[in-house]
Design a protein. Structure first.
Length: 228
């Protein structure tokens, strides 16, 4: 058999799924709903439709990302939706979003417009995934995570975008980036000192080559009185 005619089963399935997706679009005029993990794997410029629960409320990260976007998550992954207009829903809202895949400073994003954001019935609160400080990387980017550790580098003022500090649980240091727009008390952040232990819930994000955890609200950052 001519080796040029050999096609792997995985490649065949991918080709069939691509053709089926194109057929659905042609027949209905609608994009098929992809899992977020599948959508994240597509090339920049691809138009996709995803559905998930809101894990970062609209506008929480506007000071650094320059938009009124939000993050969503399904059972396969998470994604930041970039939007210029602030929409009136909060954490746990279920939404279907159509947009164009892109990157902003190496953070995977979905660029959309209000007309392409469809609020669905019901809510679903997403529980953060426990991750080591050294495990904050591409595999969890876009997801809601929880990390804890000792402060290794205290408050750094990066206004008007945000504030930085760094923690380590023994597996590697990670940056905690607190957006100015997330409503934190600057003085309380400045009072944190090296050696104190904190727990942080937030979006696993990326800025250039640095992975970070971005808390969404003051209650996402908790000072631990004793080391875990």
């Amino acid at each position: 058999m001519n080796s040029s005619h050999l096609v792997s089963p995985a490649l065949s399935r991918r080709r069939v799924l691509t053709l089926l997706g194109a057929f659905v679009v042609a027949l209905t005029g609608c994009q098929p709903v992809l899992s977020i993990d599948d959508a994240r794997s597509r090339a920049n410029g691809s138009e996709v439709t995803v559905e998930g629960a809101v894990t970062v409320p609209p506008g929480a990260f506007s000071s650094a990302l320059g938009d009124e976007g939000f993050a969503i998550q399904d059972d396969t992954g998470g994604l930041y939706v970039k939007l210029e207009e602030k929409l009136p829903f909060g954490l746990g809202a279920r939404v279907r979003v159509t947009g164009t895949l892109d990157e902003q400073n190496q953070l995977r994003i979905l660029k959309s417009v209000p007309a392409d954001v469809d609020l669905k019935h019901g809510t679903k609160q997403v529980s953060p995934k426990d991750v080591t400080t050294g495990g904050v990387n591409e595999s969890v980017e876009g997801q809601l995570i929880r990390v804890s550790g000792a402060i290794t580098q205290a408050f750094v003022d990066d206004s008007p975008y945000g504030y930085k500090l760094y923690i380590d649980d023994g597996t590697g240091e990670v940056q905690v980036f607190v957006h100015v727009s997330a409503g934190f008390d600057k003085a309380a952040l400045q009072a944190l000192t090296v050696g104190q232990h904190i727990a942080v819930v937030g979006l696993a994000a990326q800025y250039e080559t640095t992975y970070e955890v971005a808390p969404r609200m003051p209650g996402d950052l908790v000072l631990q009185t004793t080391a875990p």
